[in-house]
Design a protein around this ligand. Structure first.
Ligand SMILES: *Cc1c(COP(=O)(O)O)cnc(C)c1O
Length: 223
């Protein structure tokens, strides 16, 4: 069995049933993705539109694609015909664009509001007030082709796991407050948090979707 297949089987066996595995395949080849696919993995995450389109074209059509990178409004239209989840919505304007484009393919795209929880200027995201403002806006209530599935966040890149845990606790707290406040007919119930280095902590703090790249596919080489 290939190492990638072994890793997929490992995650499928250790993750609790309420936690879904997103295999983050950015920079990895279609052949490597197929190794994971053949081991039973169906949900894959990519962070670049161009790269995702090439992979979407060449890979099996029952793959559930997750977009996890920063998304520019002018590129939304390329992925709305097939994308299942967009984890990185950080403005009402972007959500409106996704809704407009998804309508053309008569689809409903599940979106996460990306929250800013880290201490790094390089990360994107909303604060609690901005997220509430989106969820309360009359525009959002009229969107028929997007549904907000929950919140996503990335912790600070640090060895200090207590710090990471505090950031996840804060994200989890915001998730629970918003979930209680806006019941959304049951659609706001996913918490996308945790990567290779911190997924066990994320799960302890309430994650329902972990986005794992390196621990499945090995180190990434950026060209
Ligand atoms: C790359 C990436 C991941 C996966 O990171 P690993 O450390 O390789 O597991 C998860 N989420 C986002 C948003 C990413 O860009």
């Amino acid at each position: 069995m290939s190492l990638i297949a072994e890793n997929i089987r490992y995650f499928h066996s250790v993750l609790p049933p309420q936690v879904k595995l997103i295999a983050v395949s950015k920079t990895k080849s279609p052949a490597e993705i197929l190794e994971a696919y053949d081991a039973g993995q169906r949900a894959f995450g990519e962070n670049k539109v161009q790269e995702l389109l090439l992979k979407y074209e060449s890979l099996p059509k029952d793959i559930e694609w997750h977009f996890i990178g920063h998304l520019q409004s002018n590129k939304v239209k390329f992925i709305t015909p097939f994308i299942s989840y967009i984890h990185s919505v950080d403005s009402l304007k972007l959500l409106a664009e996704i809704n407009k484009e998804a309508k053309k393919s008569d689809r409903v795209i599940k979106c996460f509001l990306e929250m800013y929880i880290a201490e790094e200027d390089t990360k994107y995201g909303l604060d609690m007030e901005e997220a509430s403002a989106i969820l309360e806006s009359p525009e959002y209530k009229n969107f028929q082709h997007t549904s907000v599935a929950g919140l996503m966040g990335m912790a600070t890149f640090t060895e200090d796991m207590n710090h990471v845990r505090k950031e996840f606790q804060y994200l989890s707290y915001m998730f629970n407050v918003l979930k209680t406040k806006y019941s959304f007919g049951g659609c706001f119930r996913e918490l996308s948090m945790g990567m290779s280095g911190d997924y066990t902590i994320a799960i302890e703090e309430g994650s329902t979707m972990v986005r794992i790249g390196g621990s499945i596919f090995g180190d990434r080489v950026y060209r």
